[in-house]
Design a protein around this ligand. Structure first.
Ligand code: ADP
Ligand code: MG
Length: 466
């Protein structure tokens, strides 16, 4: 079947979309929105992808802060050999005729991209982000123990009692940062080979190996490493075949005294849908938790990040941010970056007032502005369910699903107790709310389309509170 040749403009756009998708794995969402979404793909000539940025400041900022993340993303999206050139662009260049690449050469490149993509395992790629180091990790009571254990493993991989090391804790609290820091420390200080992959990447490598009948190559690649850093193991829940392969990989590593480090968003006992033997193995070494940073640590994290950006933050602004953003480090940094960006782009000083206006988008929005009724109204409108039905006993699938989602969002956005939330849903009890929260967050982790719906609802809810 012959398909119409896509226009160059269209192909460049598609390619850039894939790059952005990869970038979104590397940087916080706010960074993606602030720094990457405004970029426009302009042209492609041979091995250069030309991207236009709104200003010179943008170009410099991305070059100095996100070049490594961008390069990693391009490598994953397009395979080796493609380079991104950032330029300050007037938007007319976008409609410029594609004089530089002939359709023929473009077709070949496209072909090369897809074959490279299908052959390479994620574990073959350099997945370490250079700036995620121990030096850049601020220590506090919430993470001191995890950090110390991680550092010990990095200094003497496989030679401490912490094998495996399992770090668990909520989203955005620094688990990935610590795993990456271990990897960076080891590759910079020893000849040891390190593999860092997310559990999603491990799973897709395994599937790729089966599909292309390269299970030997897969096993060889993984076992050739001296250190395996596997992020977000909870993703392997209910994936029996992948767990089995992981089990073998685990054994091979452990038998040869090689270091294993894992992260998980929950403690091992809550890894439902996990093979018992695996859960037990995960706990053979050390299991340690990272919790939310306290106020002082939050201030230290903000100041450290601001210094990395070359900015001395007025103390009252650091305090203001730390007081108002308490949930996790990722949101905290997102708010800070947004504030710095806003100040630089607008040529404004970093003041409390500016911080307040930026924070509207990030702060825990108070109960007076977002109440469960508002959330129910938005969810019902978007999912086309009547609010009365939501509060009724109806078990119709769409209704039950919308009810779960609305309850889940209420636990995220209102400070009400679970019991009080239940009251808004026709007097249901707190166990029902817990169940709804669990079911929804599970599904959001496993089902991309579903998690996009949740994100859209979150945006609508946040907008409604501004
Ligand atoms: P997790 O993997 O637990 O979801 P990450 O490791 O991705 O969280 O952390 C989210 C963001 O916060 C990253 O940018 C990370 O560098 C930063 N971060 C987390 N904890 C700290 C810390 N203690 N010091 C400095 N930065 C931190
Ligand atoms: Mg992580």
């Amino acid at each position: 079947m012959k398909q119409a040749e896509p226009s160059l403009e269209h192909s460049v756009k598609l390619l850039w979309e894939r790059v952005l998708e990869e970038v979104s794995r590397e940087v916080p969402r706010q960074t993606l929105l602030t720094w990457f979404k405004p970029l426009v793909p302009v042209d492609r000539s041979g091995s250069h992808l030309i991207i236009s940025a709104p200003s010179q400041f943008f170009v410099e900022w991305i070059e100095s802060h996100y070049r490594a993340a961008l390069n990693n993303a391009v490598l994953r999206a397009a395979g080796p050999g493609l380079q991104v050139n950032l330029q300050v662009g007037d938007d007319q260049t976008i409609s410029k005729p594609p004089a530089l690449a002939s359709p023929q050469s473009f077709k070949q490149t496209n072909h090369k991209i897809s074959s490279t993509e299908s052959n390479r395992f994620a574990a073959d790629e350099p997945n370490l982000v250079p700036h995620l180091t121990f030096d850049n990790f601020v220590e506090g009571d919430s993470n001191r123990f995890a950090r110390a254990a991680a550092f010990a493993c990095a200094e003497r991989p496989g030679k401490t009692p912490f094998n495996p090391l399992l770090i668990f804790g909520g989203a955005g609290l620094g688990k990935t940062h610590l795993l990456q820091a271990i990897g960076n420390h080891i590759i910079n200080n020893s000849p040891n080979r390190v593999i860092y992959v997310t559990s999603e990447q491990f799973t897709s490598d395994f599937i790729k190996a089966i599909e292309s009948r390269r299970r030997d190559a897969f096993a060889k690649l993984y076992r050739s490493a001296d250190v395996l850093l596997l992020d977000d193991v909870q993703f392997l829940m209910a994936k029996e075949k992948t767990q089995e392969e992981f089990f073998h990989t685990f054994n091979a590593f452990h038998h040869s005294g090689k270091q294993l480090v894992f992260s998980s968003d929950r403690p091992p006992k809550d890894l439902t849908g996990f093979d018992e033997r695996l859960v037990s193995r995960l706990q053979w070494g050390l299991v340690t938790e990272i919790t939310r940073p306290d106020y002082e640590t939050r201030v230290a994290i903000i100041n450290s990040r601001a210094r990395q950006e070359g900015i001395e933050l007025p103390p009252e602004v650091a305090h203001f941010l730390a007081q108002n953003i308490t949930d996790n480090v990722r949101t905290l940094q997102g708010a800070l970056i947004h504030l710095l960006a806003q100040a630089s782009l607008m040529g404004q000083n970093i003041t409390i007032d500016l911080a307040k206006s930026v924070l509207k988008k990030f702060a825990n929005i108070s109960d007076t502005t977002i109440n469960p009724e508002k959330i129910i109204e938005i969810v019902c409108r978007e999912l086309k369910v009547a609010p009365v039905e939501l509060k009724s006993r109806s078990r119709r699938q769409e209704v039950a699903e919308a009810r779960h989602i609305a309850m889940f969002l209420c636990t995220e956005y209102s400070k009400l107790t679970l019991k009080a939330i239940g009251l808004y849903f026709g007097g249901r009890d707190h166990a029902t709310v817990i169940h709804a929260r669990e079911v929804t967050s599970q599904r959001a982790k496993q089902d991309k389309a579903f998690s996009e719906i949740i994100d859209r609802l979150r945006r609508l809810i946040e907008l409604s509170a501004l």
